[in-house]
Design a protein around this ligand. Structure first.
Ligand SMILES: [Zn+2]
Length: 482
């Protein structure tokens, strides 16, 4: 696109907020030719929910921002298909095994199924595919080697349920959240309800390798120099990021729940193994909250998926639009009304694009100040990915109808969509209901009037088989294509 092919202006170099330094600074990559980006991926025992996807959308925005700034991005995402236990502290049951029991499938089938669903949903949200997707189960040897390095450097000890990392041996343990070892341990001791193995030396110590229980065989387990078992959760991210991006790399992302435990422990074990700084920039996305201001947690069962949004008649990109309305470091409240408003805005934008495209030659009273818009665009996007500001810019452009040159305006909006990725130029379709479906709906209406609920339900199912979903609302029947 013409307008954004140019480099970012000198006065608006990309600045990002680094959780490690708690400062917003100009981003300087290790290697200008290729930026290295690692994102913590899904645990594939159940559907990823829209709260999870808020984080992946933010990471996608980061990648797109790096790309329009002229960087090539090597983007690595891991798939946790083993060993992530039911609590964030990596204790409790193995989630994949729980999923397998629930669905009466093998652990491998569960992991495969939910990995596939994850990428299908991501695609619907216009999240670009990572350069490298790596599964934990394919990297057990790399993890064992990393634990051996830690062992050699004197950071590990073995107790009856596994090999642990001794966090007291690292002088700056906890630096990511600005706490020292002592304070972290005291805080955890005061607040924790989790039962830890009393043989652990420090409360912050974490499992690198877990032994299989003696009384039963696990569905997924491997040999190791320490005994049969499976890796702890944190070690996979260190092993795989180092393997694909090197011992020190540029950017590491995740959700705001990651810094206290998962990312703190990733830093600890990586730096203890290599003796080098692990990551230069840490970025964390805030939660999507629901009515009660609570985050949506997969392990608590009650979740909303991308598919749920589609079933309620929403374009998945309306959800992406909703995410753009808040800065990635601010909480975003999800309500159906907010989503509806986002969809209305998105459809209005698309309708505007359609009208522009039909009249590209129309000249405005004066030519659109393309340069000024491009400058403001870069200023906003390079100011720690300020998407709400970009949306303001988009609407300013749309509303200044009389002063625009249509073609420039159209191309500029299309260029902005390189970041927004809401398919701004997609046609708004007004579907017509096929006659056959209309007849079936009428039949069902009659059945409902006669309180023949059985027939009504059967007809609803038949209509669904034809690819249409019905919804009974106070204003009457609503339908949509599935
Ligand atoms: Zn991770």
């Amino acid at each position: 696109m013409f307008a954004l092919r140019a480099k970012a202006p000198r006065d608006s170099l990309l600045k990002i907020f680094n959780s490690l330094t708690r400062k917003k600074k100009v981003f300087t990559p290790i290697n200008k030719q290729e930026v290295s980006l690692y994102c913590c991926g899904p645990t594939v025992y159940w559907y990823a929910h829209i709260g999870n996807f808020r984080t992946y959308i933010f990471e996608d925005l980061l990648r797109r921002t790096l790309e329009i700034n002229g960087f090539k991005v090597k983007h690595v995402l891991n798939i946790t298909d083993v060993g992530h236990l039911t609590s964030d502290a990596d204790t409790g049951e193995d989630k994949i095994e729980v999923g397998a029991r629930r669905e009466n499938k093998t652990v491998w089938e569960i992991a495969e199924h939910y990995t596939q669903t994850f990428f299908e949903d991501a695609e619907k949200l216009n999240i670009q595919k990572p350069t490298i997707i790596c599964k934990a189960t394919d990297h057990i040897t790399d993890m064992i080697k990393l634990i051996q390095r830690l062992e050699k450097n004197g950071y590990t000890y073995t107790i009856d349920d596994g090999v642990y990392f001794n966090t007291s041996k690292l002088k700056d343990y906890g630096k990511l959240i600005g706490m020292n070892f002592k304070r972290l341990n005291e805080t955890l001791k005061a607040g924790t309800r989790v039962e830890f193995n009393p043989q652990k030396v420090n409360i912050t110590d974490f499992g690198l390798w877990r032994f299989s229980p003696k009384d039963r065989k696990r569905l997924m387990e491997w040999n190791s120099p320490w005994g049969d078992g499976f890796p702890g959760w944190h070690i996979e991210c260190s092993a795989m990021s180092i393997k694909y991006l090197g011992e020190t790399f540029d950017l590491h992302c995740g959700g705001i729940d990651h810094p206290p435990i998962h990312h703190t422990n990733e830093i600890a074990q990586s730096e203890a193994a290599t003796g080098k700084k692990f990551v230069n920039y840490w970025l964390h996305g805030a939660f999507l909250t629901f009515g009660s201001k609570k985050k949506m947690a997969k392990s608590q069962g009650d979740i909303l998926t991308v598919q749920n949004l589609i079933e309620r008649g929403f374009d998945p990109l309306a959800y992406r639009y909703l995410c753009l309305t808040a800065h990635y470091r601010s909480q975003l409240e999800f309500t159906w009304e907010n989503l509806q408003a986002a969809q209305n805005a998105l459809y209005t934008l698309r309708e505007h694009m359609r009208r522009l495209s039909e009249n590209l030659e129309r000249k405005g009273k004066k030519t659109l100040k393309v340069k000024e818009y491009v400058k403001n665009f870069f200023k906003a996007v390079n100011d720690d990915l300020n998407m709400p500001k970009i949306l303001t810019l988009v609407w300013k452009l749309v509303r200044n109808e009389m002063e625009m040159n249509n073609r420039e305006k159209y191309e500029l909006l299309l260029a902005f969509d390189k970041i927004l990725a809401i398919d701004i130029a997609r046609e708004v379709t007004t579907d017509h209901l096929p006659l056959k479906i209309e007849e079936l709906i009428h039949k069902r209406e009659r059945a409902r009037k006669n309180q023949d609920w059985k027939t009504a339900d059967e007809l609803r199912d038949e209509i669904k088989k034809h690819g249409y979903l019905l919804e009974d609302t106070s204003e009457g029947i609503r339908w949509r294509k599935i």
